[in-house]
Design a protein around this ligand. Structure first.
Ligand code: ARG
Length: 505
């Protein structure tokens, strides 16, 4: 299964460009994909340790993070009515599902890890793939980790100091500590990281069930008044609808997570589609029911006034068990942070393997077989982002940039229907779906700019363009940064990491 993505018979250093130029030793022999499924061997490489259940947990457990406990406010504020906000929540679910179905086709067509990076590389070439890696690895993925860990610590600190305003420094410090702990878990063992993911996913599904049952009980008792006036007050402004989508889509983000780890998935051709087909509808149904539950106990204005919807809900419905709500949110965000770190590490690993990041980031631990340099790099940047920032604007900015890339992946899919017409596609999505998602993503990116230009969008765009300054010297012309060879050797010695063997044709 050779293609320009990951499973190539050239060593990582011989193919791409290099930031390093060091002489490093590879060991072991290559792993093989036989009949489309992996064969076990003793090569130094990431192993296939993610089964169907863990795959579902990676999707569901990262999608359900902080968003469903925070974003309902944003969606409601921007749509102006209960009815329209529920429509947006459903719309976000349908859009994510459609996007994910396209990613099933992409993931089965190009079964290497790294998602968009691999798809852009194969469809459009090195430059777009590099720009994606650049923005994601330096900005998006660490920002996500920082946002989620900050939400985690905010809820945890609040649970302890309920009488007064939680101290900001404590929140930041605990957020930073969480990043360190999660990174340690992920560097220590893939098995442990997936176990953490599975357990926390189960815990958050339980929490969602508690909210839903609480809401249903209230509805049965006749508390439907807040849902009655439906669409009253709905916005008719296009830009507002796009940014309402942004709030909702943050809660759904993570639907593409399994595509970052396809190389570590057992039986990828069966498990990738299954995990997506099970995971996405599950999350959508949960989110819709949770939103209805919130509105069964509080009015639109009360919801808008609450900073922490889920906690307000708990206080009203759960009585003495109200402490369960902040606990549920902390469990949920911790799990999502773990999944985010897990997959972000893989993206960085794959990009470095292609020569789009420094070599050392594509190395794995000799015995633990975890991509520790990539995981640590992601964590270090995330730690720098745990500085004063407004989570709301971070989220808008995030969705704006992320949807440029999701749209790009749709374009890649459509293009490869021509350029790779005859390659086997274990799953082929109806062509109308990527077209719709592409159109919606163009709208999501352009709508808010036209409607209400914000300086953040300009920052985002300039950051993408800034990548060009690195691309040409370091990737295209393969110039080496001075001292990089020594640094690589140093990293190898400290972290006990080596380059991976690459799958043969
Ligand atoms: N949807 C998650 C939340 O509501 C955030 C997911 C972050 N994205 C990711 N690809 N890890 O908190």
């Amino acid at each position: 299964k050779g293609h320009e993505g990951g499973f190539n018979n050239e060593g990582p250093r011989s193919r791409g460009s290099n930031f390093s130029g060091s002489e490093v030793q590879t060991q072991g022999k290559g792993a093989a994909l036989e009949g489309g499924e992996p064969v076990a061997n003793d090569a130094i490489n990431l192993e296939r340790r993610v089964g169907l259940l863990s795959g579902i947990a990676l999707i569901v457990g990262t999608m359900i993070g902080s968003g469903i406990f925070v974003s309902p406010k944003g969606v409601l504020e921007r749509t102006g009515s209960v009815g329209l906000s529920l429509v947006i929540w459903a719309g976000c679910g349908v859009l994510s599902l459609m996007g994910a179905l396209c990613y099933v086709e992409l993931g089965c067509l190009l079964p290497s890890s790294g998602a968009e990076h691999t798809y852009f590389l194969t469809a459009f070439g090195h430059l777009p793939a590099f720009l994606f890696a650049w923005v994601s690895i330096i900005l998006l993925k660490p920002a996500m980790l920082a946002i989620i860990c900050l939400s985690f610590s905010k809820y945890l600190v609040e649970a302890f100091v309920s009488q007064c305003e939680p101290p900001l420094q404590a929140i930041r410090l605990l957020g930073a500590l969480t990043i360190v702990v999660i990174t340690f878990i992920n560097c220590y063992s893939v098995k442990l990281a997936t176990k953490v993911q599975n357990i926390f996913t189960a815990a958050k599904l339980l929490a969602i069930m508690i909210i839903v049952i609480g809401g249903v009980v209230k509805l049965i008792q006749g508390n439907t008044q807040y849902l009655d006036n439906g669409f009253e007050g709905s916005t008719d402004n296009f830009g507002n609808i796009a940014t309402a989508f942004y709030s909702g889509l943050w809660a759904y983000d993570g639907w593409n997570n399994l595509n970052y780890v396809t190389e570590e998935l057992k039986k990828p051709y069966t498990n990738l589609p299954r995990a997506i087909i099970i995971g996405l509808p599950l999350v959508t149904v949960c989110y819709l029911m949770v939103n209805v539950s919130y509105l069964a106990v509080m009015s639109k204005d009360e919801l808008l006034a609450s900073e922490t919807v889920a906690v307000t809900f708990g206080n009203r419905v759960l009585g003495w068990a109200a402490f369960l709500m902040p606990l549920a949110v902390t469990l949920s965000t911790f799990g999502a942070a773990n999944g985010t770190a897990f997959t972000s590490g893989r993206l960085c690993f794959v990009a470095a393997r292609e020569g789009h990041m420094v070599d050392a980031l594509s190395f794995v631990h000799v015995r633990k077989l975890t991509p520790s340099p990539a995981l640590i790099f992601n964590a270090v940047i995330a730690l720098m982002m745990v500085i004063p920032s407004d989570i709301g604007s971070l989220i808008d900015f995030f969705s704006f940039t992320a949807w440029i890339f999701y749209g790009g992946a749709m374009a890649a899919l459509l293009l490869m229907r021509y350029t790779k017409k005859d390659e086997p596609r274990p799953y082929k999505v109806p062509i109308i779906i990527p077209i719709i998602v592409l159109i919606v993503s163009v709208y999501l990116v352009i709508g808010p700019i036209i409607d209400d230009p914000q300086i953040e969008y300009l920052y985002a765009t300039s950051f993408i363009i800034a990548g060009l300054f690195f691309y040409f010297p370091l990737v295209h012309y393969k110039k080496t940064l001075p001292g990089m060879g020594h640094l690589t050797t140093l990293i190898q010695m400290i972290l006990e990491v080596v380059p991976t063997d690459v799958m043969p044709d």
